[in-house]
Design a protein around this ligand. Structure first.
Ligand code: PMP
Length: 329
């Protein structure tokens, strides 16, 4: 792993070893720490899995040099995988529901990838189906499928988790993370529960998303504007293991946006809506533990800030709630 103190040969060598920073709104007695994943070269947590998956598929021979990865993605995974593709002899095609941020699609194209849009109404399920179709039409093409490949979970178990545990000398009381593919949370949870089975594991989703139904909660399905987390069809989230999760917290669009603005104004973090949601949930967990409503093995809560707000400026992320939510649809 890099210390960023020696010359490196490839942009891929700069992935990981991101900073862990205290959320200053948390109490000194029970701090919340956020891992700032926008420090990766493609500016999101997904650089980790992009490189890990491409390398993994090349090493097993599922992907051959000269081949193509065809991936359904909300965008960040595309950027991570496109970065990796530039360093190996691999082409990249991404299938992106059209409502997702144009900045992400511009960056994927800049990295040499092809981008195919699917109708917003078909959601990620529509993008997954289209990716499979495209792969059958093209020789040497594989669909890594971040929603089902165990390499997604393993990337976090092998890199994100040990970095966190090293930084805190293993004293992690709770893990709180937003769930899209759930690769981040499942990788962290596996590592955490192996070391300390009492670690409190919290999944975060937008209000309107359906992860909570996996715990039998009667939640209402609806649209949400938080980008990168949530599901409308749990059968696509094949990596999700609800039994590793102690609770699933729903966060409203409004609460997430209020928090991401607060994080910028008060703490200097230029982070996006999934980070806002994660921060709200993590601060709540810390508060409950402080009030003895929740018992944690250590007095700390760790969360992930997956990407940067700069990627969503065209969506009026720092505008009023109405401006932000109207931009999205
Ligand atoms: N936040 C953002 C901005 C994302 O792009 C993603 C990935 N879709 C996540 C959070 C969730 O990460 P994961 O897919 O590992 O659950």
């Amino acid at each position: 792993m890099t210390t960023h103190r020696e010359p490196l040969q490839s942009v891929l060598d700069t992935i990981g070893e991101t900073p862990l920073v205290r959320v200053q709104a948390s109490a000194d007695e029970l701090p919340v720490y956020a891992k700032l994943e926008s420090f990766n070269p493609g500016a999101s947590v997904k650089d980790r899995i992009g490189a890990y998956i491409v390398r993994g598929l090349l090493s097993t021979g599922e992907l051959q040099p000269g081949g193509t990865v065809v991936e359904p993605t909300a965008g960040n995974t595309g950027i991570g995988m496109a970065l990796a593709a530039t360093q190996y002899d691999v082409d990249a095609v991404f299938v992106v529901p059209e409502a997702f941020s144009v900045e992400k699609q511009t960056l994927m194209r800049a990295l040499g990838a092809d981008v195919v849009n699917t109708p917003t109404a078909d959601g990620m399920t529509g993008a997954i189906e289209r990716a499979r179709e495209l792969a059958t039409e093209r020789e040497g093409a594989v669909v890594p499928q971040q929603f089902s490949t165990p390499l997604n979970v393993r990337a976090h178990e092998a890199t994100t988790a040990p970095e966190i545990y090293d930084a805190l000398d293993g004293a992690v009381g709770a893990i709180v993370a937003g769930c899209g593919t759930t690769g981040t949370l499942m990788g962290l949870a596996r590592y955490a529960l192996d070391r300390e089975p009492r670690t409190h594991v919290v999944a975060v989703e937008p209000e309107g998303s359906l992860f909570s139904t996996a715990h039998g909660d009667d939640v209402e399905e609806g649209e949400y504007h938080i980008e990168g987390i949530g599901t409308h069809d749990l059968s696509t989230n094949e990596l999700f293991e609800p039994e590793l999760v102690d609770e699933i917290r729903q966060i409203s669009d409004r609460a997430a946006q209020t928090e991401l603005k607060r994080l910028a104004r008060e703490e200097g973090h230029l982070v996006a809506s999934s980070a806002g949601a994660a921060s709200v949930a993590a601060l709540e967990i810390a508060e409950r533990a402080l009030e003895d409503e929740l018992e944690l093995p250590y007095d700390s809560v760790v969360t992930i800030f997956p990407d940067s707000s700069e990627r969503y400026l065209s969506k009026a992320i720092y505008g009023s709630y109405e401006e932000w939510t109207h931009e999205r649809t």
